[in-house]
Design a protein around this ligand. Structure first.
Ligand SMILES: [Zn+2]
Length: 331
């Protein structure tokens, strides 16, 4: 089912920027904004994890602002890639409980999740984008960061990786390259939306991790919206210069595994998101519910703390933090 409704028309000078809303299938909607002037074709996606709603607010803010701001090229925006997950505040796809962001490019004959992903991917692939931003959130105890996917396909040129880094520098967010390849594959990240866009389409593809799950945090919406506008401005797409006022943690970082717990219990952190830690530095302790210390959690390497768990009760073998390494890991 494909229905097209014109939602908004803005007239500025000679140019007319129109937003068209297309219903792709039940609940899945894309908004298309074009200038008629040659330029990048950008896809902005949000809320593939149904409980991560900051990106939804960023998209609706952009839908208000872009008609008068967009100078060249075109943009397609998806406010929610997981509308049923959004309604139920679930990370996964409610119909079968799978993580949609580990199933790309999907399968038209597969499970409910695989079919849904196939629909999303077909819609994006048919559009033939030049650039993709996927909006996510992490923990309430996290700093805003942008993840650059790992090249695992030989068809991805170094120019594309340089372009990703260039854009990320304009985002105002702390720059984090993805896990080393064995972990990247183990976590099925090449089957994430951004991983698939980079490795199958060969286009610059960035994942923004800004703000907490479940909450509409105003500051996070502003930081993520500014990040998107600043990156669009860096590609010359806007009729105003934008530069995010957010200050990233300087340097180039690499996503690494934080240490895991060996006991279930209450995790009391000794550090904050944004702290730099030395090798063997205490990150926190796990206590039993009666207040008995069960273990100390220490960093295995010098790192930047990107985030700490959203909930104080941790399970056995749960990662206690997302850390970023300062040194490039083995490929
Ligand atoms: Zn997410």
């Amino acid at each position: 089912m494909l229905g097209i409704t014109r939602v908004n028309t803005v007239d500025w000078g000679e140019k007319m920027n129109r937003i068209q809303k297309k219903v792709i299938h039940s609940g899945l909607v894309m908004h298309h904004l074009e200038t008629g002037t040659k330029g990048p074709k950008l896809v902005i996606t949000a809320n593939i994890h149904g409980d991560e709603c900051i990106g939804f607010a960023v998209v609706v803010s952009l839908l208000e602002r872009l008609p008068s701001l967009l100078k060249k090229g075109e943009v397609v925006l998806y406010p929610s890639l997981n509308p049923t997950g959004l309604r139920r505040m679930m990370r996964t796809y409610p119909e079968d409980g799978q993580d949609l962001n580990r199933l790309f490019p999907g399968d038209s004959q597969g499970s409910a999740s695989q079919r849904h992903v196939h629909t999303i991917w077909s819609s994006i692939e048919n559009y033939k984008p030049d650039l993709l931003f996927d909006l996510h959130t992490d923990s309430p105890l996290s700093i805003p960061y942008v993840i650059l996917d790992r090249k695992i396909s030989t068809t991805v040129s170094n120019t594309v990786l340089e372009e990703m880094e260039h854009l990320a520098r304009h985002s105002g967010l702390t720059i984090v390259w993805e896990y080393r390849t064995p972990d990247y594959r183990r976590y099925k990240l090449e089957k994430s939306l951004s991983g698939t866009a980079l490795n199958r389409l060969g286009i610059p593809s960035l994942t923004l991790e800004v703000g907490p799950r479940r909450f509409m945090d105003r500051d996070s919406i502003t930081i993520a919206t500014e990040a998107v506008l600043s990156m669009m401005s860096a590609r010359g797409m806007l009729n105003e210069e934008y530069q995010s006022s957010h200050q990233p943690v300087e340097g180039i970082w690499y996503r690494g595994n934080g240490p895991v717990t060996h006991h279930a219990g209450v995790f009391v952190a000794s550090v904050c998101a944004g702290d730099r830690v030395e090798r063997n530095q205490l990150l926190g302790k796990v206590y039993s519910s009666t207040g008995v210390e069960l273990e100390e959690i220490r960093s295995h390497f010098p790192a930047l703390v990107l985030s700490l768990p959203a909930q104080c009760w941790v399970r056995e073998l749960q990662s206690c933090s997302t850390l970023a390494l300062e040194v490039r890991p083995e490929p």
